[in-house]
Design a binder for this molecule. Sequence first.
Ligand code: HPA
Length: 272
Amino acid sequence: MLKKIEETIAYIRHEITTNPEIGIVLGTGLGGLANEIIPESSLPYKDIPNFPESTVKGHEGRLIFGKLGDKNVVAMQGRFHYYEGYSMQELTFPIRVLKKLGIKLLILSNAAGGVNPGFEIGDLMVIKDHINLMGNNPLLGPNDDSLGPRFPDMSETYDKKIIRHFTKIARSHSIHFQTGVYAAVSGPTFETPAEYKYIRVLGADAVGMSTVPEAIVARHMMLPVFAVSIISDLGVEGKIVEISHEEVIDAAARVEPKMTLILKEMISKLEL
Ligand code: HPA
């Protein structure tokens, strides 16, 4: 694994001119942040050695290196999902690469179904903790002690200091947001009503199909993580309606400007 990471880093270093300080995974609902980055280099995933090959035609994905405010950032435009058939190790490989490139914070975003009855479609939810229901873990198998410990601590997966920073900025713009627990499932099916209920009973506020593998690998490498969901649909009894991927994307797109505004300001004011 380390050898592969080093090979990938060597390629990337050759192509870029700055050292990124922050890594951002642009999930559903955060694509707009890419337009705010003053780009310096853009590397299609297909040109990066050892990166997973995209399974979605037309969505090739790329790493965008550039400036957001006065910060050097790297954004993953396009993420890899477990339901696409990648192994957990494959889909989290880019996170290991970003950490080794020197990022000091990983920002993750996603669209999720709300299971908390107090939530509404279009809410932002800062992830304060997670439940891994994917039935797999990216750290299964032999551990490379040079990357991180065999049994990583997960008592504070989502960085409290960054959550406070986000809170301050959202409040200064009078932007309302929720805070909650994100349950990760493999997908690709959306949940049955009984499954939504089960997920709520377990203690989650929202459910989605990403983010947790990346957060686990980041914590394995002692990389601070901040993650936020856009609530795109509701898995709440009485409010469950038929949903499609398009509706998830549309709902997320409507909230995107709010999310972009906060994150842009948050990143520019971060002291790393
Ligand atoms: N369930 C799982 N994943 C999701 C959902 C959902 O309701 N909405 C967006 N991603």
